[in-house]
Design a binder for this molecule. Structure first.
Ligand SMILES: *Cc1c(COP(=O)(O)O)cnc(C)c1O
Length: 477
């Protein structure tokens, strides 16, 4: 499988999976996608059903991933999948178990990983792929990132102890939930450096950009990222769409998915699965009050928001102003016309902060061709959904999952199971749960005493020279 950029030219080289693994954006500023979507016909789907039943989630992961990844011995790929998804990493041996709710809904539980959020699923595999490829190339990797919550901790838990990899993760001092802080800062590992910056999340992100802009420094200290545009993260997520379909649709009929959406990563993986031929009827995109994407799917106008216009909500991992993976979907929407994508994302969006596809035939036929619908949910909807699912099903869901349940209920069709992706455990957002149902969520035993563990964090002013000095000191050690 070869990859192309959403902004590429016809004669551009087409790199393979391992070449794009360690890169972020394509050199032209676009995002990588496979040059075509491998097709899973009925026979393939039957085979996958058998593989999941006999070899479990790691076997299915290998089967699906092998369609996208050349240049690795099948036994090696299998071993990496076993390391990422084998015993002890996720709380269920099924990795992504499903459960049925009232009213035609199902939950696919993506939050059984070490940090209780779905980002673990992709990060666990990414860490193993990195370690494997760095070993082949005989080099190391310094992951430098900024996080306001889930991504940073998922990255740290996935990368710790892996050969050749160290992580520097910036967080805005005092601005994460106590649980999120404890989860990251309790990690005691010489290759993990937690940094609390005296500033807000945007300051942290600016520091990362400033360090990365110093190309000599970046090269010398082997600096890279694990952000949400990484293709390997997306492709890892395709696997659980297949697993959830296999588990819910025992007869092979179609299902729909509802996805709590921020950067359009999770639902993009659903789009890829649908393009491969997985029987997905509808993909329901759910946003919170930050409804940039819902606005696009209703009006055809994509207008990014400024940081100041981005609201802090009770489903904070979806508080985005600009959906970093959206360009990938627009590329497919426009018939893979890279010239038009370049014009929209490199010119129009930069100059005007928006673009409008409402008058185009592509937008008008979007729903029929891609099965994608959207809706948004507010704080009160979230609380109501949490209370409702608790009352009807005796199950507590987290606020992000609640956004998806709210929007999913508007789109349920008789005879088509609606699978809501559960993206976090309620324990991470205890205050909102308590507001909804009047009691704190139960805490899985593996998180007992988390906040009491010793904290490992370096406090730092918002200053790039201090950050560079810290990296230089720790990496050469
Ligand atoms: C990251 C995250 C999301 C949003 O996922 P995207 O891939 O950015 O759309 C939803 N819920 C939770 C809990 C998350 O951590």
């Amino acid at each position: 499988m070869r990859y192309l950029s959403t902004r590429g030219l016809p004669d551009d080289p087409r790199p393979g999976f391992w070449d794009i693994l360690l890169e972020g954006l394509a050199p032209d500023g676009g995002l990588y996608l496979p040059q075509n979507y491998p097709q899973a016909d009925d026979q393939t789907l039957d085979r996958w059903r058998h593989v999941l039943a006999t070899e479990g989630y790691p076997g299915l992961a290998q089967a699906v991933l092998s369609l996208f990844i050349d240049g690795i011995d099948p036994a090696d790929l299998r071993r990496l999948c076993e390391l990422a998804y084998g015993p002890g990493v996720f709380s269920s041996p099924e990795v992504v178990p499903v459960s049925e709710l009232d009213g035609g809904l199902w939950l696919a539980h993506l939050s059984g990983g070490p940090t209780a959020a779905f980002k673990d699923i992709a990060m666990q595999l990414l860490g193993r792929l990195f370690e494997f490829e760095l070993g082949r190339r005989g080099r190391g990797l310094t992951i430098l990132g900024a996080t306001s919550g889930d991504t940073g901790s998922a990255a740290e838990y996935a990368m710790r102890g892996l050969a050749g990899i160290r992580v520097f993760m910036l967080t805005p001092a005092g601005r994460m939930t106590p649980f999120q802080q404890a989860q990251m800062f309790s990690l005691d590992d010489p290759s993990i450096v937690n940094i609390a910056v005296d500033g807000v999340f945007d300051d942290c992100q600016d520091l990362v950009k400033e360090v990365s802009a110093d190309l000599a420094f970046k090269h010398r200290y082997e600096i890279g990222a694990v952000n949400s545009i990484n293709w390997a993260r997306l492709v890892a997520q395709v696997v659980y769409y297949v697993a959830a379909w296999l588990r819910v649709s025992t007869t092979g009929g179609p299902v729909s998915f509802a996805v709590p959406t921020g950067n359009f990563g999770d639902i993009m993986a659903g789009h890829v699965a649908r393009m491969m031929g997985l029987p997905i009827d509808t993909l329901v995109l759910a946003t919170n009050e930050n409804d940039v994407l819902d606005e696009f799917f209703h009006t055809g106008v994509y207008r990014v928001r400024s940081a100041a216009e981005t609201r802090a909500t009770s489903s904070p991992s979806m508080d985005i102003s600009k959906a970093s993976n959206f360009e990938r979907f627009v590329f497919d929407l426009l018939g893979r016309d890279a010239g038009r994508v370049r014009e929209l994302f490199a010119d129009r969006l930069v100059a005007e902060g928006m673009f409008d596809l409402s008058g185009t035939p592509e937008f008008q036929t979007l729903r029929q061709r891609f099965g994608l619908v959207s809706g948004s949910s507010r704080h009160a909807d979230r609380l109501a959904a949490i209370a409702d699912v608790d009352r009807r099903d005796g199950v507590l869901i987290d606020p992000h999952t609640a956004d998806a349940v709210t929007v999913a209920r508007r789109h349920v069709q008789p005879g088509v199971p609606m699978i809501v992706l559960e993206t976090a455990l309620p324990v991470k957002f205890a205050a909102t749960i308590e507001e909804a149902v009047g009691r704190r969520p139960e805490r899985p035993a593996r998180f007992d005493g988390l906040e009491d563990r010793p904290r490992h964090v370096v406090e730092m002013p918002d200053d790039v020279a201090t950050l560079k000095a810290l990296i230089a000191e720790r990496v050469s050690r």
